[in-house]
Design a protein around this ligand. Sequence first.
Ligand SMILES: [Zn+2]
Length: 434
Amino acid sequence: MRIPIRDTSKEDSYCVTADLLIPGRGEPFKNGCIIVSGTKITHVGAVSEVLKYARLAALPKTHVEVLMPGMWDCHVHLMGIHKVSSAAIVASASQQALAGARSARDVMLLLDAGFTSVREMAGYGIQLDQAISEGSLVGPKIYSSNCIISPTGGHADAHDMLADWFHDAVAHGLPCYTADGVAECLKAVRTQLRAGASVIKICGSGGVGSERDDPIDQQFSDEEIAAMVAEAARARRVVGAHCHGKPGIMASLKAGVRTIEHGSYIDDEAADLMLEKDAVLVATRLIVEDGLKLGEGMFTPIGYQKLLVTAKAQWKAYQLAIKRGVKIAIGTDTGVSIPGGISQGRNGLELGYAVKAGMTPLKAIESCCANGPLTLGPMAPLSGQLKEGYDADFIALSKSPLDDIDVLAHAQNVTHVWRAGKCYKSPGHPVSCI
Ligand SMILES: [Zn+2]
C-alpha cells in the first residue's frame, strides 16, 4: 500500500493539460489546462492562452484525456457496518476500532472512484477526516454532521432496543442523538457543534430502515425544526433534513432547512417551495436501487416492505424535481462496508440515475461537482469547479462522461485523482492495492 504523507512545506506549481476540460459549471472546451500552486488552482483556460506566458509554460506538465473537478457525494455514512439494521448500527459504537478499520478501506475506495469530497450525514466521519488530514489514511475531505438528531421514537431512535441500551451507546459515541422539545433540540445542535460538525442532520420524517415509524409522517414539530435551524445558523451551519413524506418536507422548508435528503414525496407544491427557498435536493437513488436488488439481505423485513412503497414514489418525485428545475446535489446514502459488494466506490452510479431521471450528462456532472458545496451553506469551501482560487481537487478520465455518464461509475475509468494539489492516483500508481 502506498500512503503519501502530505508535505505542505513546498508550494509546488505544475500544469495539467487535457484534450477535454469540463469545468464543473459552464461549457466544456477542448485543449484546456489548469495551473496549480500548492493546494489551489491559479489558472484555467485554453492551452494556447495560459501557456503563452513563459513562466507558466516552463512548469512541469501532465497530460490527460479528460479533466474535471473531483466529485462530491453529498450523502454518505461511514460507520463500518455490514447491514442496515439498528442492531448493526448500535453495535458499531462498542466496536469503534472495527468500524474505523472497515471505514479506512471505504475512504480509499471513495478517492479511487474520483470522489474528493463527501458530506457525511451521520457516522464517524469527523474522526476519519482527522486521520486523513494527518496523513494516516488516504481519502476524500469529509464534511460530517457527526450525529443524526431524531425525536424519541423517530427514524434514528433504535425502536427494537431497550431505550437505556441505546442511550448508553449514544453516550459511548454512537452518532445518533434523541431530543424532544425546543430546549433539548438546542442542546442537540450545540452538542454536534462541540464535536466539530460542518452541517446539522435532523429527521424531518420517518424512515425506511427504522422499525416502527412511517416514512410519510412528519417527525420533529415545526417549532423544534425552526429552533435547530436558528441555532445552527448562529454558528453558520445549515440543516439537512431526512424527509420522505410531504408534511416533513413542507415543514422543513418553511423552517429554513437548506437540504432535503431523499425527498420521496415531492410534488408540484413542494417543488414550488423548494424553488422559492432556493433549497437543494439530495435525492439518493443508489441506496434505493441497491435495496431493491438485495432485499432482505440489506434491510430488515419491515424496512424492505417500506422500501418497496417509497422507491416508486421517490422515482416519480426525482423526475418531477428535475423537470421543475429544483437545485440538486448528488448523494448516494452509501454506508455499508462489504468488500466487493455495495460499499463505497460505486458512488458514481448515482449520476447514471440522475440522467435516467431527466438530467443531461453535463447537468449531472454539475450536480455532482459545483452543487456539492451548496449543501454546506456558509461552511462551503471553494470546491467542485475548475476555477481560479478553488481547491485543487480534480480528476482525469480515460473517456468522456458527456458521451456516456456511466464512465463515472467505474473507478478504472478514473486515471488520475488529485486532492488539495497532491496526486493520489495515476496510471501504474493506484490509490491502494486493496
Ligand atoms: Zn442516510
